[in-house]
Design a protein around this ligand. Sequence first.
Ligand code: ZN
Length: 457
Amino acid sequence: MEMKKGMRALSVILVLLLVSVIVVPAVSADGNILSMDNQINSGAIFEIPDYTHDLQTNVSSSDKTMESLSNEYGPLNIASTVERYDIVQFREINLKTDQKNLLKVTIYGIEYNMNLERMDFEDIDDGIDSYSGSIDGIDDSIAIFTFDKNLVHGSLQLQDEFLFISPVQNRENSLKTDMPLHVVYSSQDMKQPEKPFKIDSDRLLPPEIALSETDISSFGSESVELTRGWATVYVLVATDDEFIALESNWVSTAQQYMAQAAYQYQRPDIQVFLNVAGYDASKSGILSGDNRLISDPLGLFFDTFEPSYLDGKNADIAIYLGGNDKSGSEQGGSWGYSCYDDPDHPGWHDYCRYAWSQMVADVDTIDLYDGSYHARVFCIIHEIGHIFNADHENTGGYNQACCWFEGVVPKYTVMNSCYYGSNFHTWEYSSLDYHGDSTHDNARAIELVKGDISSLV
Ligand SMILES: [Zn+2]
Protein backbone atom coordinates (compact mmCIF):
# COMPACT_ATOMS: atom_id res chain seq x y z
CA MET A 1 0.00 0.00 0.00
CA GLU A 2 2.81 2.39 0.76
CA MET A 3 4.21 1.86 -2.70
CA LYS A 4 0.87 2.74 -4.28
CA LYS A 5 0.49 5.90 -2.19
CA GLY A 6 3.99 6.91 -3.20
CA MET A 7 3.14 6.42 -6.83
CA ARG A 8 0.18 8.80 -6.60
CA ALA A 9 2.57 11.56 -5.63
CA LEU A 10 4.79 11.02 -8.59
CA SER A 11 4.41 12.93 -11.81
CA VAL A 12 2.87 11.25 -14.86
CA ILE A 13 6.22 11.12 -16.60
CA LEU A 14 7.87 9.45 -13.69
CA VAL A 15 5.06 6.93 -13.49
CA LEU A 16 5.57 6.06 -17.14
CA LEU A 17 9.25 5.58 -16.55
CA LEU A 18 8.52 3.26 -13.67
CA VAL A 19 5.90 1.14 -15.39
CA SER A 20 8.19 -1.84 -15.66
CA VAL A 21 9.08 -1.60 -11.97
CA ILE A 22 5.63 -1.28 -10.39
CA VAL A 23 4.71 -4.84 -11.30
CA VAL A 24 6.77 -6.15 -8.43
CA PRO A 25 5.17 -4.21 -5.55
CA ALA A 26 1.71 -4.69 -7.08
CA VAL A 27 2.21 -8.41 -6.81
CA SER A 28 3.93 -8.47 -3.45
CA ALA A 29 1.20 -6.34 -1.90
CA ASP A 30 -1.25 -9.18 -2.51
CA GLY A 31 -0.58 -12.14 -0.27
CA ASN A 32 -2.57 -14.53 -2.45
CA ILE A 33 -0.70 -13.77 -5.61
CA LEU A 34 2.57 -13.92 -3.74
CA SER A 35 1.64 -17.27 -2.31
CA MET A 36 1.45 -18.92 -5.73
CA ASP A 37 5.14 -18.29 -6.28
CA ASN A 38 6.16 -19.11 -2.76
CA GLN A 39 4.10 -22.07 -1.73
CA ILE A 40 6.18 -24.50 0.29
CA ASN A 41 4.73 -27.96 0.44
CA SER A 42 6.30 -29.17 3.63
CA GLY A 43 2.87 -29.82 5.15
CA ALA A 44 3.85 -27.80 8.20
CA ILE A 45 1.34 -25.58 10.02
CA PHE A 46 3.81 -22.79 10.73
CA GLU A 47 7.43 -22.24 9.78
CA ILE A 48 10.01 -19.51 9.88
CA PRO A 49 11.87 -20.47 6.69
CA ASP A 50 15.65 -20.86 7.10
CA TYR A 51 15.18 -21.18 10.87
CA THR A 52 12.73 -24.09 11.18
CA HIS A 53 13.48 -27.78 10.86
CA ASP A 54 10.40 -29.97 10.61
CA LEU A 55 11.02 -33.15 12.57
CA GLN A 56 7.51 -34.61 12.15
CA THR A 57 4.49 -32.90 10.62
CA ASN A 58 0.82 -33.84 10.77
CA VAL A 59 1.22 -36.02 13.84
CA SER A 60 -1.99 -37.49 15.20
CA SER A 61 -2.29 -37.90 18.96
CA SER A 62 -3.52 -41.42 18.28
CA ASP A 63 -0.50 -42.65 16.32
CA LYS A 64 2.86 -43.93 17.64
CA THR A 65 4.93 -40.86 16.75
CA MET A 66 4.79 -39.36 20.23
CA GLU A 67 5.96 -42.65 21.71
CA SER A 68 8.97 -42.96 19.39
CA LEU A 69 9.91 -39.30 19.85
CA SER A 70 9.66 -39.69 23.63
CA ASN A 71 12.04 -42.64 23.48
CA GLU A 72 14.63 -40.41 21.88
CA TYR A 73 13.93 -37.00 23.42
CA GLY A 74 12.22 -37.79 26.72
CA PRO A 75 8.59 -37.06 27.64
CA LEU A 76 6.89 -34.38 25.52
CA ASN A 77 4.68 -31.88 27.29
CA ILE A 78 1.68 -31.76 24.93
CA ALA A 79 -1.82 -31.12 26.29
CA SER A 80 -4.09 -34.16 25.98
CA THR A 81 -6.64 -32.08 24.05
CA VAL A 82 -4.28 -31.47 21.10
CA GLU A 83 -5.26 -34.01 18.45
CA ARG A 84 -2.99 -33.01 15.56
CA TYR A 85 0.34 -31.22 15.65
CA ASP A 86 3.80 -30.74 14.17
CA ILE A 87 7.08 -31.26 15.99
CA VAL A 88 9.73 -28.77 14.86
CA GLN A 89 13.08 -27.33 15.88
CA PHE A 90 14.39 -23.78 15.52
CA ARG A 91 17.78 -22.25 14.86
CA GLU A 92 18.52 -19.15 16.93
CA ILE A 93 16.76 -16.08 15.57
CA ASN A 94 18.21 -12.69 16.42
CA LEU A 95 15.71 -9.89 15.89
CA LYS A 96 16.50 -6.22 16.26
CA THR A 97 15.38 -4.98 19.65
CA ASP A 98 15.28 -1.30 18.68
CA GLN A 99 13.33 -1.32 15.43
CA LYS A 100 10.59 -3.10 13.52
CA ASN A 101 11.45 -6.55 12.19
CA LEU A 102 10.05 -8.17 9.07
CA LEU A 103 10.16 -11.95 9.36
CA LYS A 104 9.17 -14.31 6.52
CA VAL A 105 6.88 -17.02 7.82
CA THR A 106 4.69 -19.68 6.25
CA ILE A 107 1.22 -20.58 7.49
CA TYR A 108 -0.11 -23.82 6.01
CA GLY A 109 2.51 -23.46 3.28
CA ILE A 110 1.61 -19.92 2.26
CA GLU A 111 4.29 -17.30 2.72
CA TYR A 112 3.55 -14.10 4.64
CA ASN A 113 5.46 -11.24 6.19
CA MET A 114 5.22 -11.05 9.97
CA ASN A 115 5.90 -7.64 11.50
CA LEU A 116 7.34 -7.79 14.98
CA GLU A 117 8.40 -5.05 17.35
CA ARG A 118 9.95 -5.58 20.76
CA MET A 119 7.52 -5.25 23.66
CA ASP A 120 8.49 -3.04 26.56
CA PHE A 121 6.79 -4.76 29.49
CA GLU A 122 10.07 -5.90 30.98
CA ASP A 123 13.66 -4.75 30.89
CA ILE A 124 15.53 -7.75 32.20
CA ASP A 125 18.84 -8.34 30.43
CA ASP A 126 18.65 -12.12 30.09
CA GLY A 127 18.72 -12.49 26.30
CA ILE A 128 15.02 -13.39 26.31
CA ASP A 129 12.93 -10.86 24.42
CA SER A 130 9.25 -10.66 23.49
CA TYR A 131 7.74 -9.12 20.38
CA SER A 132 4.26 -8.27 19.21
CA GLY A 133 2.93 -7.48 15.77
CA SER A 134 0.78 -8.86 12.99
CA ILE A 135 0.74 -10.78 9.74
CA ASP A 136 0.59 -8.65 6.59
CA GLY A 137 -2.53 -9.40 4.60
CA ILE A 138 -4.48 -11.04 7.42
CA ASP A 139 -6.90 -8.54 8.97
CA ASP A 140 -6.89 -8.23 12.78
CA SER A 141 -4.12 -10.79 13.15
CA ILE A 142 -2.10 -10.63 16.36
CA ALA A 143 1.35 -12.17 16.67
CA ILE A 144 3.11 -12.44 20.02
CA PHE A 145 6.48 -14.19 20.20
CA THR A 146 9.27 -14.70 22.71
CA PHE A 147 12.73 -15.76 21.54
CA ASP A 148 15.16 -17.41 23.96
CA LYS A 149 18.21 -18.62 21.99
CA ASN A 150 16.83 -21.67 20.15
CA LEU A 151 13.57 -21.72 22.09
CA VAL A 152 10.57 -20.06 20.44
CA HIS A 153 7.25 -19.33 22.10
CA GLY A 154 4.49 -17.93 19.93
CA SER A 155 0.81 -17.37 19.42
CA LEU A 156 -0.76 -16.25 16.18
CA GLN A 157 -4.33 -15.03 16.42
CA LEU A 158 -5.89 -15.34 12.96
CA GLN A 159 -9.45 -14.68 11.88
CA ASP A 160 -11.02 -17.79 13.33
CA GLU A 161 -8.22 -19.74 14.88
CA PHE A 162 -5.15 -19.55 17.06
CA LEU A 163 -1.80 -21.11 16.20
CA PHE A 164 0.45 -22.00 19.12
CA ILE A 165 4.20 -22.65 19.15
CA SER A 166 5.79 -23.94 22.38
CA PRO A 167 8.94 -25.76 23.49
CA VAL A 168 7.85 -29.23 24.45
CA GLN A 169 10.72 -30.96 26.28
CA ASN A 170 11.28 -30.79 30.00
CA ARG A 171 14.21 -28.85 31.46
CA GLU A 172 16.55 -31.82 31.79
CA ASN A 173 16.07 -33.15 28.25
CA SER A 174 15.94 -29.72 26.64
CA LEU A 175 19.41 -28.96 27.98
CA LYS A 176 20.69 -32.21 26.43
CA THR A 177 19.23 -31.44 22.96
CA ASP A 178 21.12 -29.12 20.60
CA MET A 179 17.91 -27.94 18.96
CA PRO A 180 15.10 -28.52 21.48
CA LEU A 181 11.77 -29.79 20.23
CA HIS A 182 8.68 -27.59 19.82
CA VAL A 183 5.05 -28.38 19.24
CA VAL A 184 3.02 -26.37 16.72
CA TYR A 185 -0.77 -26.73 16.58
CA SER A 186 -4.01 -24.96 15.76
CA SER A 187 -6.94 -24.34 18.07
CA GLN A 188 -9.01 -26.05 15.37
CA ASP A 189 -7.14 -29.27 16.05
CA MET A 190 -7.95 -29.29 19.75
CA LYS A 191 -10.70 -31.23 21.43
CA GLN A 192 -12.94 -28.63 23.09
CA PRO A 193 -14.42 -29.07 26.57
CA GLU A 194 -17.71 -30.93 26.48
CA LYS A 195 -19.01 -28.79 29.30
CA PRO A 196 -17.64 -25.64 30.88
CA PHE A 197 -16.16 -25.62 34.36
CA LYS A 198 -15.61 -22.92 36.93
CA ILE A 199 -12.07 -21.59 37.01
CA ASP A 200 -12.16 -20.21 40.56
CA SER A 201 -14.42 -19.05 43.39
CA ASP A 202 -16.72 -16.05 42.93
CA ARG A 203 -15.24 -14.48 46.02
CA LEU A 204 -12.33 -15.85 47.96
CA LEU A 205 -11.90 -14.57 51.51
CA PRO A 206 -8.51 -14.24 53.21
CA PRO A 207 -7.78 -16.69 56.04
CA GLU A 208 -9.11 -15.58 59.44
CA ILE A 209 -5.80 -16.27 61.14
CA ALA A 210 -4.03 -13.69 59.04
CA LEU A 211 -6.49 -11.00 60.02
CA SER A 212 -5.14 -10.48 63.51
CA GLU A 213 -1.55 -10.47 62.30
CA THR A 214 -1.95 -7.79 59.69
CA ASP A 215 -1.26 -4.18 60.50
CA ILE A 216 -4.60 -2.52 59.96
CA SER A 217 -3.15 0.96 60.39
CA SER A 218 -1.66 0.81 56.92
CA PHE A 219 -5.03 0.51 55.27
CA GLY A 220 -5.82 3.23 52.81
CA SER A 221 -2.64 5.16 53.42
CA GLU A 222 -1.52 4.68 49.84
CA SER A 223 -4.85 5.28 48.20
CA VAL A 224 -4.51 7.74 45.36
CA GLU A 225 -6.67 9.73 43.04
CA LEU A 226 -8.03 8.08 39.92
CA THR A 227 -5.17 7.82 37.49
CA ARG A 228 -5.71 9.42 34.10
CA GLY A 229 -3.57 8.12 31.31
CA TRP A 230 -0.99 5.41 31.77
CA ALA A 231 -0.24 3.57 35.00
CA THR A 232 2.69 1.22 35.57
CA VAL A 233 2.14 -1.91 37.64
CA TYR A 234 5.09 -4.16 38.52
CA VAL A 235 4.46 -7.89 38.75
CA LEU A 236 6.68 -10.47 40.44
CA VAL A 237 6.34 -13.84 38.68
CA ALA A 238 7.21 -16.82 40.88
CA THR A 239 7.11 -20.58 40.54
CA ASP A 240 7.84 -23.94 42.14
CA ASP A 241 10.30 -26.78 41.42
CA GLU A 242 7.75 -28.75 39.41
CA PHE A 243 7.09 -26.01 36.85
CA ILE A 244 10.83 -25.36 36.49
CA ALA A 245 11.39 -29.08 35.77
CA LEU A 246 8.42 -29.29 33.38
CA GLU A 247 9.42 -26.45 31.04
CA SER A 248 12.40 -26.17 28.67
CA ASN A 249 13.03 -22.81 30.34
CA TRP A 250 10.32 -21.65 32.72
CA VAL A 251 11.52 -18.02 32.46
CA SER A 252 10.88 -17.73 28.73
CA THR A 253 7.59 -19.58 29.11
CA ALA A 254 6.50 -17.18 31.85
CA GLN A 255 7.69 -14.21 29.80
CA GLN A 256 5.59 -15.28 26.82
CA TYR A 257 2.49 -15.55 28.99
CA MET A 258 3.19 -12.17 30.61
CA ALA A 259 3.60 -10.76 27.09
CA GLN A 260 0.07 -11.97 26.35
CA ALA A 261 -1.20 -10.28 29.53
CA ALA A 262 0.78 -7.08 28.92
CA TYR A 263 -0.71 -6.88 25.42
CA GLN A 264 -4.24 -6.80 26.86
CA TYR A 265 -3.31 -4.23 29.50
CA GLN A 266 -1.68 -1.91 26.97
CA ARG A 267 -4.87 -1.55 24.94
CA PRO A 268 -5.96 2.11 24.59
CA ASP A 269 -9.00 1.81 26.88
CA ILE A 270 -6.95 0.25 29.72
CA GLN A 271 -3.51 1.88 29.48
CA VAL A 272 -1.60 -0.13 32.04
CA PHE A 273 2.06 -1.05 31.60
CA LEU A 274 2.07 -4.47 33.20
CA ASN A 275 5.80 -4.74 33.81
CA VAL A 276 7.62 -7.79 35.12
CA ALA A 277 9.64 -6.90 38.23
CA GLY A 278 11.38 -10.27 38.10
CA TYR A 279 11.08 -14.01 37.50
CA ASP A 280 11.63 -15.41 40.98
CA ALA A 281 12.63 -19.04 41.50
CA SER A 282 14.46 -18.33 44.77
CA LYS A 283 11.69 -19.87 46.88
CA SER A 284 10.68 -22.66 44.50
CA GLY A 285 11.96 -25.31 46.90
CA ILE A 286 10.00 -23.83 49.81
CA LEU A 287 6.78 -23.87 47.77
CA SER A 288 7.42 -27.42 46.55
CA GLY A 289 8.26 -28.66 50.02
CA ASP A 290 4.96 -27.61 51.55
CA ASN A 291 1.82 -29.75 51.38
CA ARG A 292 -0.32 -26.64 51.01
CA LEU A 293 0.90 -26.46 47.42
CA ILE A 294 -1.83 -29.02 46.71
CA SER A 295 -4.49 -27.87 49.19
CA ASP A 296 -4.03 -24.07 49.37
CA PRO A 297 -1.46 -22.77 46.86
CA LEU A 298 -2.64 -19.15 47.12
CA GLY A 299 -2.35 -19.09 50.91
CA LEU A 300 1.05 -20.75 50.70
CA PHE A 301 2.16 -18.17 48.16
CA PHE A 302 1.11 -15.30 50.42
CA ASP A 303 2.96 -16.73 53.42
CA THR A 304 6.10 -17.52 51.39
CA PHE A 305 6.23 -14.22 49.49
CA GLU A 306 4.96 -11.94 52.22
CA PRO A 307 4.08 -8.31 51.45
CA SER A 308 7.41 -6.98 52.73
CA TYR A 309 9.17 -9.32 50.28
CA LEU A 310 7.15 -7.89 47.38
CA ASP A 311 7.99 -4.39 48.61
CA GLY A 312 11.70 -5.30 48.54
CA LYS A 313 11.35 -6.45 44.93
CA ASN A 314 9.48 -3.28 43.98
CA ALA A 315 6.54 -5.47 42.98
CA ASP A 316 3.02 -4.10 43.35
CA ILE A 317 1.49 -7.51 42.74
CA ALA A 318 2.67 -11.12 42.36
CA ILE A 319 1.53 -14.20 40.50
CA TYR A 320 2.47 -17.81 41.24
CA LEU A 321 2.63 -20.07 38.18
CA GLY A 322 1.91 -23.41 39.81
CA GLY A 323 3.37 -26.62 38.45
CA ASN A 324 1.06 -28.83 40.51
CA ASP A 325 -2.57 -29.84 40.28
CA LYS A 326 -4.47 -28.42 43.24
CA SER A 327 -6.89 -30.85 44.80
CA GLY A 328 -10.42 -29.84 43.87
CA SER A 329 -11.57 -28.29 40.64
CA GLU A 330 -10.09 -24.75 40.89
CA GLN A 331 -7.24 -23.81 38.57
CA GLY A 332 -6.72 -20.27 39.73
CA GLY A 333 -7.23 -18.00 42.69
CA SER A 334 -6.93 -14.43 43.88
CA TRP A 335 -8.56 -12.51 46.71
CA GLY A 336 -9.15 -9.63 44.36
CA TYR A 337 -9.60 -5.89 44.60
CA SER A 338 -12.47 -6.24 47.07
CA CYS A 339 -9.77 -6.77 49.73
CA TYR A 340 -8.11 -3.47 48.87
CA ASP A 341 -10.78 -1.20 50.26
CA ASP A 342 -13.05 -3.41 52.35
CA PRO A 343 -14.14 -1.02 55.13
CA ASP A 344 -15.04 -3.92 57.44
CA HIS A 345 -11.68 -5.61 57.02
CA PRO A 346 -8.91 -3.08 56.58
CA GLY A 347 -6.36 -5.79 57.43
CA TRP A 348 -7.11 -7.52 54.17
CA HIS A 349 -5.47 -4.74 52.18
CA ASP A 350 -2.34 -6.65 51.07
CA TYR A 351 -4.22 -9.78 50.05
CA CYS A 352 -5.32 -8.10 46.86
CA ARG A 353 -1.71 -8.25 45.64
CA TYR A 354 -1.61 -12.02 45.08
CA ALA A 355 -2.77 -14.43 42.39
CA TRP A 356 -2.16 -18.09 41.66
CA SER A 357 -2.62 -19.82 38.34
CA GLN A 358 -2.28 -23.55 37.70
CA MET A 359 -0.06 -24.48 34.75
CA VAL A 360 -0.89 -28.17 34.53
CA ALA A 361 -3.99 -30.15 33.60
CA ASP A 362 -6.61 -30.71 36.28
CA VAL A 363 -7.34 -34.38 36.88
CA ASP A 364 -10.58 -33.45 38.63
CA THR A 365 -11.86 -31.88 35.42
CA ILE A 366 -10.21 -34.23 32.96
CA ASP A 367 -10.20 -32.94 29.36
CA LEU A 368 -11.58 -29.59 30.54
CA TYR A 369 -8.71 -27.62 32.05
CA ASP A 370 -5.98 -29.13 29.92
CA GLY A 371 -2.99 -27.00 30.95
CA SER A 372 -2.58 -26.01 27.29
CA TYR A 373 -1.06 -22.72 26.19
CA HIS A 374 -4.49 -21.17 25.71
CA ALA A 375 -5.81 -22.35 29.07
CA ARG A 376 -2.70 -21.16 30.94
CA VAL A 377 -2.86 -17.68 29.40
CA PHE A 378 -6.59 -17.49 30.05
CA CYS A 379 -6.07 -18.38 33.71
CA ILE A 380 -3.23 -15.86 34.22
CA ILE A 381 -5.10 -12.93 32.62
CA HIS A 382 -8.27 -13.91 34.49
CA GLU A 383 -6.64 -13.97 37.93
CA ILE A 384 -4.72 -10.73 37.38
CA GLY A 385 -8.05 -9.24 36.28
CA HIS A 386 -9.53 -9.89 39.74
CA ILE A 387 -6.71 -7.82 41.27
CA PHE A 388 -7.93 -4.94 39.09
CA ASN A 389 -11.60 -5.43 40.10
CA ALA A 390 -12.69 -7.10 36.88
CA ASP A 391 -15.44 -9.58 37.73
CA HIS A 392 -17.30 -12.65 36.51
CA GLU A 393 -20.65 -12.69 34.70
CA ASN A 394 -23.96 -12.29 36.56
CA THR A 395 -22.40 -10.44 39.48
CA GLY A 396 -24.29 -7.18 39.03
CA GLY A 397 -22.70 -3.77 38.57
CA TYR A 398 -20.78 -2.47 35.62
CA ASN A 399 -17.70 -4.69 35.74
CA GLN A 400 -19.07 -8.01 34.53
CA ALA A 401 -17.72 -10.46 31.98
CA CYS A 402 -19.34 -10.52 28.56
CA CYS A 403 -20.69 -13.16 26.18
CA TRP A 404 -21.72 -12.61 22.57
CA PHE A 405 -22.39 -14.60 19.43
CA GLU A 406 -20.41 -14.75 16.19
CA GLY A 407 -23.01 -16.36 13.95
CA VAL A 408 -24.19 -19.24 16.08
CA VAL A 409 -20.91 -19.57 17.96
CA PRO A 410 -20.92 -18.20 21.53
CA LYS A 411 -17.82 -16.24 22.54
CA TYR A 412 -16.70 -15.34 26.06
CA THR A 413 -14.39 -12.69 27.48
CA VAL A 414 -11.55 -13.66 29.79
CA MET A 415 -13.34 -12.95 33.10
CA ASN A 416 -16.11 -15.44 32.49
CA SER A 417 -16.16 -17.74 35.50
CA CYS A 418 -16.19 -20.86 33.32
CA TYR A 419 -13.54 -21.86 30.79
CA TYR A 420 -14.93 -22.92 27.43
CA GLY A 421 -11.75 -23.77 25.53
CA SER A 422 -9.72 -22.09 22.80
CA ASN A 423 -12.47 -21.97 20.18
CA PHE A 424 -14.88 -20.01 22.38
CA HIS A 425 -12.82 -18.08 24.90
CA THR A 426 -10.90 -14.91 24.13
CA TRP A 427 -8.12 -13.39 26.23
CA GLU A 428 -9.84 -9.99 26.12
CA TYR A 429 -11.50 -8.21 29.00
CA SER A 430 -15.04 -6.97 28.38
CA SER A 431 -14.95 -3.39 27.11
CA LEU A 432 -17.12 -0.79 25.44
CA ASP A 433 -14.40 -0.61 22.78
CA TYR A 434 -14.54 -4.25 21.72
CA HIS A 435 -16.97 -6.66 23.39
CA GLY A 436 -19.13 -5.27 26.17
CA ASP A 437 -21.59 -2.59 27.21
CA SER A 438 -22.25 -0.35 30.21
CA THR A 439 -22.82 -3.32 32.52
CA HIS A 440 -20.14 -5.54 30.98
CA ASP A 441 -17.08 -3.34 31.16
CA ASN A 442 -14.03 -4.93 32.80
CA ALA A 443 -11.86 -2.33 31.08
CA ARG A 444 -13.54 0.49 33.01
CA ALA A 445 -13.01 -1.39 36.28
CA ILE A 446 -9.31 -1.68 35.53
CA GLU A 447 -9.15 1.97 34.49
CA LEU A 448 -10.74 3.06 37.77
CA VAL A 449 -8.43 1.14 40.12
CA LYS A 450 -5.15 1.03 38.24
CA GLY A 451 -3.89 4.03 40.20
CA ASP A 452 -4.45 2.17 43.47
CA ILE A 453 -2.68 -0.97 42.23
CA SER A 454 0.25 0.91 40.72
CA SER A 455 0.74 2.70 44.06
CA LEU A 456 0.98 -0.42 46.20
CA VAL A 457 4.75 -0.03 46.33
ZN1 ZN B 1 -12.50 -15.63 38.67
